[in-house]
Write a protein that binds this ligand. Structure first.
Ligand code: PHE
Length: 454
């Protein structure tokens, strides 16, 4: 084991790092929409079940692999595979982090740009048509989104290049609590809007009639994306985890904070959408068209709030995007350091350049390159879809099979129970081990096949 590897200072830093990676755009622009569309509280219940029964055990396996090897994604996999399989495996497991880092950074760039515009008061007085038009023009243009993508990536890689303690840990320790504070401020504001109570009521009333197998599959997909599974971020962060930490505890806290944030985001966004009496939508249009308009449409009530609210909103999106982006970048930088023998600085430069170039292609796929369609999607959508629906699930399956079937049982036991010292983990270990060996792989195969046919 490589003992010279940096470690997170303590439990709080470790959990802030996992939570920072997990809390991201997915919590803000996908989860609230899914809740709104699929039966309010009923969807939240289903989502929590998916997280606890499938995603959390996968989190344990990925975390276990990283902590045990004390290495990053590719190096850990290399301890299991040799020859040609090793090469194929490296390509499979590196595809998702590289693609996600690149397209995530394009959206991160948009948030940076919108944050700056909010600070300059550009959203204080904007009509719905103007908001839609503005985003349409902005996202399809060439220069501005690329410059923002460049700057967002630059800020993120600068944090990563400083290393674990001085860079990633410091940033997450400050940002993650602030994110919770901002979202609470937001709930406070949106629940005070006229008519918002209807939205709150909607969220609290479960409609189980809306839960179909399709909804179940999307809840599952969302829980994987939200917890950043199958991409190596959990593995690489776990390799910086002290042996005294308990994997089950760290994973459970991560699910707790990530789910809380997603639910809080729903209580911030849905009542506001109800109050404005417009249709809820998902993805970029929710964050960059609908919300700026809603939050500023109350300027008659308070001109001050119509300035401050968009600032807070885009700041929280920006913070959430950076804490996720740095975890993705760390997977790639760590690979270049560990496997290619580069210094952290050099690795950061290479990683930055590759993600910048792929990101530029993703950014242009909304404008000049929108004619290029793969499986009915533009390049951005295609990268998003194959990484979230296929690679994340496939890699999670590989991790679960390695832990359940290939790893020495004693090692699994030692890692999950801290060599028998973790009383609670010792108790649940037999059920958990059975679950990881039999149930999780079957579920992942079902999700994978369903996604291929979708
Ligand atoms: N979990 C992040 C989100 O919800 C996205 C992400 C996926 C981050 C994979 C890292 C790895 O937005």
């Amino acid at each position: 084991m490589n003992n010279s590897r940096e470690k997170f200072s303590g439990r709080i830093s470790l959990i802030a790092a996992f939570a920072g990676s997990a809390i991201g755009l997915g919590n803000i622009w996908r989860f609230p929409y899914m809740v709104g569309e699929n039966g309010g509280a009923a969807f939240i219940v289903v989502y929590i079940l998916c997280s606890l029964l499938v995603a959390l055990p996968v989190f344990f396996t990925e975390s276990l692999l990283g902590r045990n090897s004390g290495k990053g994604l590719v190096s850990t996999m290399n301890t299991f595979f040799g020859g040609k399989t090793r090469k194929v495996m490296s390509v499979i497991i590196l595809t998702a982090p590289i693609l996600i880092t690149s397209f995530y950074s394009v959206v991160g760039g948009w948030s940076l740009d919108f944050f700056v515009r909010a600070c300059m008061g550009e959203f204080c007085d904007i009509s719905k048509e103007e908001a839609v038009q503005f985003f349409g023009k902005y996202s399809t243009s060439v220069t501005e989104p690329i410059i923002s993508h460049f700057l967002f990536l630059l800020v993120s890689i600068a944090i990563v290049s400083r290393g674990i303690k001085k860079g990633i840990e410091k940033f997450n320790n400050i940002t993650v609590p602030i994110l919770f504070l901002l979202i609470l401020l937001f709930i406070f504001y949106s629940s005070s809007l006229p008519g918002a109570q209807e939205g709150v009521k909607y969220l609290l009333k479960p409609d189980f009639g809306k839960i179909t197998p399709g909804v179940l599959a999307s809840a599952m997909g969302q829980s994987f994306f939200s917890l950043s599974l199958g991409v190596g971020t959990v593995m690489v962060y776990s390799s910086y985890m002290k042996k005294s930490e308990n994997i089950l505890e760290a994973g459970s806290y991560t699910v707790f904070f990530d789910t809380c944030f997603a639910i809080l985001a729903s209580f911030a966004i849905i009542p506001a959408v109800f109050s404005a009496g417009i249709e809820l939508n998902a993805g970029p249009s929710l964050v960059f068209e609908t919300l700026p308009y809603i939050f500023t449409s109350f300027k008659t009530v308070s001109p001050f709030l119509s300035y401050v609210i968009p600032v807070i909103f885009f700041l929280s999106i920006l913070g959430a995007a950076i804490t996720s982006e740095i975890s993705l970048l760390e997977v790639i930088v760590d690979y270049l350091v560990e496997e290619k023998g580069l210094s952290r600085k050099k690795a950061s430069v290479i990683c930055f350049t590759v993600c910048l170039l792929i990101g530029i292609v993703c950014s242009l796929s909304f404008g000049p390159l929108s004619g290029i369609q793969i499986a009915g999607k533009n390049i951005f959508g295609f990268f998003d879809s194959i990484s979230s629906n296929l690679f994340m699930i496939l890699c999670s399956l590989i991790f679960a099979l390695l832990v359940g079937w290939k790893m020495d049982r004693k090692t699994v036991w030692n890692e999950l129970t801290n060599e028998g010292r973790g009383k609670k983990s010792v108790k649940i270990y037999p059920v958990l081990y059975f679950w990881i060996r039999y149930i999780v792989p079957v579920m992942l195969v079902i999700i994978f096949i369903t996604n291929i046919f979708n």
